[in-house]
Design a binder for this molecule. Structure first.
Ligand code: DX5
Ligand code: ZN
Length: 220
């Protein structure tokens, strides 16, 4: 089975040493850097904004995989693009015009992703699939790291994999939440090619990052 790309979520990093942490996961084999942006409104937690993304940009050349859990989305796209985001993913529930938001991300020269909450059906993608670069299946309810994987999302991963294959387009299928060695293997078997991992990457501290990331890749 193909080895997945690993996108460590810096939500689980030491926020007092974020630049150092990003360099450490880069050196440890992270493929992308997952940045969880929360607004205390769309989700019940507050994290970081474009200023932090900009400050981190010089610390790695790996793609910044920016997951926006904010409402509204559109007024902030330009700031995240300018700060150095490579992939910008948003939740269609966070605004009335998901198609317009995708077009706005593409117009900024960035890759566009759609995040599906656990209760959001794959069908949401029907009229977006021809324009997007990534689908993010949330395997926890967004807002916090360290939650348990919701097994029903495996069926959604399978459904999204079929839609992507049918489209014939190059679209990443990323899974986010509760990823560990066991759930990683289930997600890859269901069709995922990118795994977000916060807790599982950062557990044990910097000396363990390389082994943690290798274990997740090996689960594929
Ligand atoms: C949840 C975030 C996730 C989260 C993953 O809202 O989108 O990226 O940090 O954390 P773990 O891997 O600890 O479940
Ligand atoms: Zn995330």
């Amino acid at each position: 089975m193909a080895r997945p790309l690993i996108s460590p979520s810096i939500l689980s990093a030491d926020f007092a040493r974020l630049g150092e942490e990003v360099r450490a996961i880069d050196a440890a084999g992270a493929d992308w850097i997952h940045v969880d942006v929360m607004d205390g409104h769309f989700v019940p937690n507050l994290t970081i904004g474009p200023g932090v993304v900009k400050a981190l940009r010089p610390h790695t050349s790996k793609p910044f995989d920016v997951h926006l859990m904010i409402e509204p989305v559109d007024p902030f796209l330009e700031a995240f693009a300018a700060a150095g985001a490579d992939i910008i993913t948003f939740h269609p529930e966070a605004g009335p015009h998901a198609h317009r938001t995708v077009q706005a991300i593409k117009a900024l020269g960035k890759q566009a992703g759609i995040a599906l909450n656990p209760a959001t059906p794959a069908k949401m993608l029907d009229y977006l699939i021809d324009d997007i670069d990534l689908v993010l299946v949330m395997s926890v309810n967004p807002g916090f790291g360290g939650q348990s994987f919701i097994a029903s999302q495996l069926r959604k991963i399978e459904a999204v994999r079929k839609m992507i294959d049918k489209s014939g387009r190059q679209i990443h299928l990323e899974v986010d939440g509760g990823i560990d060695h066991d759930t990683a293997a289930l997600c890859v078997a269901a069709g995922a090619d990118v795994l977000v991992a916060g807790t599982a990457t950062f557990k044990g501290g910097p000396d363990h990052y390389a082994a943690n990331i290798a274990a997740l890749k090996g689960a594929g």
